[in-house]
Design a binder for this molecule. Structure first.
Ligand SMILES: C[S@@+](CC[C@H](N)C(=O)[O-])C[C@H]1O[C@@H](n2cnc3c(N)ncnc32)[C@H](O)[C@@H]1O
Length: 393
């Protein structure tokens, strides 16, 4: 199908990742109450912005929408089904096919998620000040206001998180510029704008995909050679390159050294694990527990950990010789919240995390009117947000 033609799926069910082979079991409710319900903090994202984010994917990989896309996707799916990630993510054309097929819908869904958790981002303590002042977008540009956020996206090579964060930054900076009412043009960057530094970390080599997406975010989009002089003059980059910096880092999270993890997440205010934690648990539950423990000791107080995954993800655990399946979020709570949930035990341990928000099933539904050369789909997910507590609490 030629780029530019539009086929939008109006499907109302999310497709399970081909690699996900777990059977949904009994839905166990977590002891922690859901603090937010579906759409409780939802904001309306302008359709125009959602279209611009889709255009970033289309413009980054224009040659991927030809007749070879279907066989490429079939190849990727087959390797994912066999859990042969080395093969699935071992070829440039496979990576690009994956990125154009699955990342765009997710990027739009993740933008909604970032807006939903924004209230917690606003409360990140400002480490530039001894009294840990409340992070406030409104105070940007004042001596107390944070202007820069460091974000690390673990398992984030395929680009959905990066494009969503670009959209989030654009939306916030436009709002801020308007709110300041300084007579400036809300279209153009100002020295007081919020800045994001994003580190994308993945076991597969997504470097070239990330670079292409970043290039489309910070460079003017391609124009037809017949474009008018006015269109050429108005053709600007989606984001100013000084405001949005992104780097890719290839690393296996299950074998990563403390020093490397420190370099990747030590300064992060937000760490994301989007549709990645269950893959880690499936690869090795003990290694994943160790990785989460390392993450706990590496993250700075106040840092947020955002976990999003397919609802009903289960992992098999052997306890006293008997195999049992536990929901992914139960294992996650068990590791991060530890004895805090063990109400029958009298053990008193340091609390490392507080759970801010949780929902075992939520939907992101695509609005009508979006144009993308291939199918897009709604996304169903579970979401859990934690905040790293100071050591002494
Ligand atoms: C289902 S994809 C999700 C991609 C992206 N986060 C998203 O939401 O669209 C899982 C990602 O986790 C990565 N991954 C799997 N195991 C990993 C590991 N041990 N270390 C780092 N990344 C890993 C895969 O390479 C893949 O990019």
């Amino acid at each position: 199908m030629a780029p530019g033609s539009s086929v939008k799926s109006s499907k109302t069910s999310s497709k399970k990742h081909p690699a996900a082979k777990q059977k949904p079991g009994n839905d166990r409710k977590s002891k922690t109450q859901a603090l937010s319900t579906e759409g409780a903090f939802s904001s309306v994202i302008p359709l125009e912005l959602q279209q611009l984010l889709l255009n970033i994917f289309r413009n980054s990989f224009p040659e991927r929408f030809g007749s070879d896309l279907t066989p490429l996707l079939q190849g990727v799916k087959q390797h994912l089904y066999n859990r042969d990630f080395g093969r699935a993510f071992g070829r440039e054309d496979y990576l690009e096919a994956y990125a154009v097929r699955w990342s765009p819908s997710r990027a739009l869904g993740y933008l909604q998620i970032f807006l939903d958790i924004e209230q917690y981002l606003r409360k990140i303590p400002n480490k530039n000040h001894d009294d840990a002042q409340t992070f406030s977008f409104e105070s940007l540009g004042t001596p107390s206001g944070r202007q820069k956020l460091n974000i690390t996206c673990l398992g984030g090579g395929a680009g959905a998180e990066i494009v969503a964060l670009a959209g989030f930054l654009d939306l916030r900076n436009r709002g801020l510029r308007k709110d300041r009412e300084d007579g400036g043009d809300p279209q153009h960057a100002t020295p007081n704008d919020l800045q994001f530094t994003v580190k994308s970390v993945d076991i597969a080599d997504w470097d070239s995909v990330v670079q292409k997406l970043l290039n489309s975010i910070i460079s003017p989009p391609p124009l037809s050679k017949y474009a008018s002089a006015a269109a050429k003059a108005a053709n600007t980059a989606f984001l100013d390159s000084t405001l949005f910096q992104t780097t890719f880092h290839q690393a296996d999270l299950l074998g990563i050294s403390t020093e490397s993890l420190q370099a990747l997440v030590g300064d992060a205010e937000l760490v994301t694990l989007m549709f990645t934690l269950n893959e880690l648990y499936t690869t090795s539950r003990p290694k994943t527990q160790r990785f989460l423990a390392s993450l706990t000791s590496t993250l700075q107080p106040g840092a947020l950990l955002l976990v999003v995954d397919s609802p009903g993800s289960y992992s098999t655990v052997t306890l006293n010789g008997a195999e049992k399946k536990y929901p992914m979020h139960w294992l996650l709570d068990h590791t991060l919240l530890g004895s805090v949930h063990d109400e029958e035990s009298s053990t008193v341990e340091t609390r490392h995390w507080e759970k801010l928000s949780t929902d075992e099933s939520r939907w992101f539904r695509l609005p009508d009117g979006l144009k993308y050369p291939i199918e897009l789909e709604n996304m169903r997910y579970q979401i859990h947000l934690y905040r790293r507590l100071p050591q002494e609490s």
